[in-house]
Design a protein around this ligand. Structure first.
Ligand SMILES: [Zn+2]
Length: 202
């Protein structure tokens, strides 16, 4: 079997999303083949990650505060005065936000729900930042909430849950429209498909 150190690293890499033990082992042997400087650089970036990256106080997207504004609490999107403050787009995770942003068709704000409703368990819903979101839009200028969840069964169930929570607010709720492949993940959708899904929201 693998030596204890190699096995330990394989176990750690195996915890990464979508990475199984075989891919994890490939990572480890790749690292072993690299010159020491390469692994040092990797270590330094990882060591800095938690320190340099913050979660936005308003939308929970991660961001790196510019050096001159090290106390900043808002991400570059929430700080941008040109963004439309009346529309907010709810996404499950940051990797779903990026492709929407790339379409350049959306000028509003975001909110990252976090967590993931996987096995449709009640406890999964508790992991979503639903209460934080309700607080966020209380006394705000928001007049439309776009729910942009994955077009999967889990996404559908989450949508129904959110709709129930948000209805009493009397704010217009829309969701992405046609074109998104059923069962697919938002983060893999191409820009054109996402653009038309945004435009055809209802
Ligand atoms: Zn933000």
């Amino acid at each position: 079997m693998y030596s204890p150190t190699i096995q330990k690293l394989i176990n750690l890499f195996s915890k990464f999303p979508t990475i199984g033990p075989r891919t994890a082992a490939r990572f480890v042997f790749y690292l072993l083949r690299q010159p020491a400087e390469e692994t040092q650089e990797l270590l330094a970036v990882i060591a800095n990650l938690k320190e340099k990256i913050r979660l936005c106080d308003s939308c929970f997207k991660s961001f790196e505060p510019p050096a001159e504004a090290s106390e900043g609490k808002l991400c570059e999107i929430c700080r941008n005065p040109r963004r439309d403050k009346t529309t907010i787009c709810l996404v499950e995770k940051e990797t779903d936000l990026i492709p929407i942003e790339k379409t350049k068709k959306y000028q509003g704000l975001y909110f990252v729900l976090g967590g993931r409703v996987s096995a449709l368990k009640k406890t999964d819903f508790k992991k979503l930042r639903t209460d934080k979101f309700l607080e966020r839009i209380k006394n705000s200028e928001i007049s439309e909430i776009i729910i942009a969840l994955n077009p999967t069964t889990e996404g559908e169930v989450t949508f129904l849950y959110l709709e129930r929570k948000l209805k009493p607010l009397n704010i217009k709720i829309t969701r992405l429209g046609r074109g998104l492949p059923v069962g697919g993940e938002l983060e893999y959708a191409d820009e054109e498909t996402l653009s038309s899904a945004l435009e055809s929201r209802k």
